[in-house]
Design a protein around this ligand. Structure first.
Ligand SMILES: C[S@@+](CC[C@H](N)C(=O)[O-])C[C@H]1O[C@@H](n2cnc3c(N)ncnc32)[C@H](O)[C@@H]1O
Length: 268
């Protein structure tokens, strides 16, 4: 089972949108705020926030660029964008767009950032190259990804819980994803350089998520993991919740590694 189960990225995040913001204060917002502090948007700057979700990085960025700046926040999921529009009502400099950002044709930006998004692109390299191309010459790019191993133990226990409940074969190790080749500081740095960025720097942001039962379940319903529930009926979802929480308990998974890598560089 992949992180998204059998449905696609957009459907998974459409379904997750309602709980995404609730999970936000535990997970997305601290990560977004940290990414923004590294990218350091300045008053008056034009910023592309790719894969913006409900605005964990786009909203603090809009506050920093101020009324003289602009943030184009782009997400492929309509419900995510609708939630962001509500949350950003007082920030007219933030423009929320429902679109596939790998085909976004917006103007040249001073800063292009994407937090926990690029590994969802069907062609991660081409999609990221497209984002880099949206920055003006000499512009900044800041991309946040999970460090290798982050999130996986929760995904594993969820996959096993689904197998327990549906009586299907327990899954083996999760299949490799393109992001796995670049999710260490050295490989991420080399990848960003190969994509044409200069002055590349990768920061490791160690963090953990405390897995109290309500947060642990929000992690499923308010993230891309939501996709694994898509084909289950309500009773099965209840049983998966029970089994998943029991498994976290049995395996002592009280603190989940949610470490990120924040990679920055300058375009030619
Ligand atoms: C893990 S969420 C992160 C959201 C936000 N950046 C944050 O940190 O809270 C990933 C987001 O990427 C979006 N996404 C995935 N592929 C996309 C694409 N091709 N174009 C635009 N958004 C995309 C999903 O809809 C989802 O909202």
């Amino acid at each position: 089972m992949t992180r998204l189960g059998k449905i696609g990225t957009r459907d998974a995040f459409d379904a997750a949108a309602a709980d995404f913001a609730a999970l936000g204060r535990h997970l997305w917002e601290p990560i977004g705020a940290d990414a923004v502090s590294v990218a350091s948007p300045q008053p008056g700057e034009r910023v592309l926030d790719a894969c913006c979700g409900t605005g964990a990085s786009a909203i603090p960025t809009a506050a920093r660029v101020g009324s003289g700046g602009l943030v184009d926040a782009v997400d492929i999921s309509g419900p995510m964008v609708a939630e962001l529009r509500e949350r950003a009502a007082g920030l007219p400099q933030l423009h929320a767009h429902e679109a596939d950002v790998t085909a976004w044709g917006g103007a040249r930006y001073d800063l292009v950032q994407s937090v926990l998004g690029v590994f969802f692109f069907p062609d991660m390299k081409a999609g990221t190259r497209h984002l880099i191309g949206a920055a003006r010459p000499g512009g900044r790019v800041a991309l946040t990804i999970w460090r290798r191993g982050a999130m996986d133990p929760a995904g594993r226990q969820l996959a096993l819980a689904v197998a327990d409940v549906t009586g299907t074969e327990p899954p083996g190790e999760r299949p490799k994803r393109p992001g796995d080749r670049v999710n260490q500081p050295e490989s991420f740095s080399a990848w960003l350089s190969a994509l044409g960025l200069s002055e590349v720097d990768v920061l490791v942001r160690e963090r953990t998520l405390s897995m109290a039962p309500e947060v642990a379940w929000l992690l499923v319903t308010g993230s891309g993991y939501r996709g694994v529930l898509s084909e289950l009926g309500p009773d099965e979802v209840d049983r998966v919740r029970e089994r998943y929480l029991a498994r976290l308990d049995e395996t002592g998974l009280t603190d989940l590694d949610t470490t990120t890598l924040v990679g920055t560089g300058i375009t030619a």
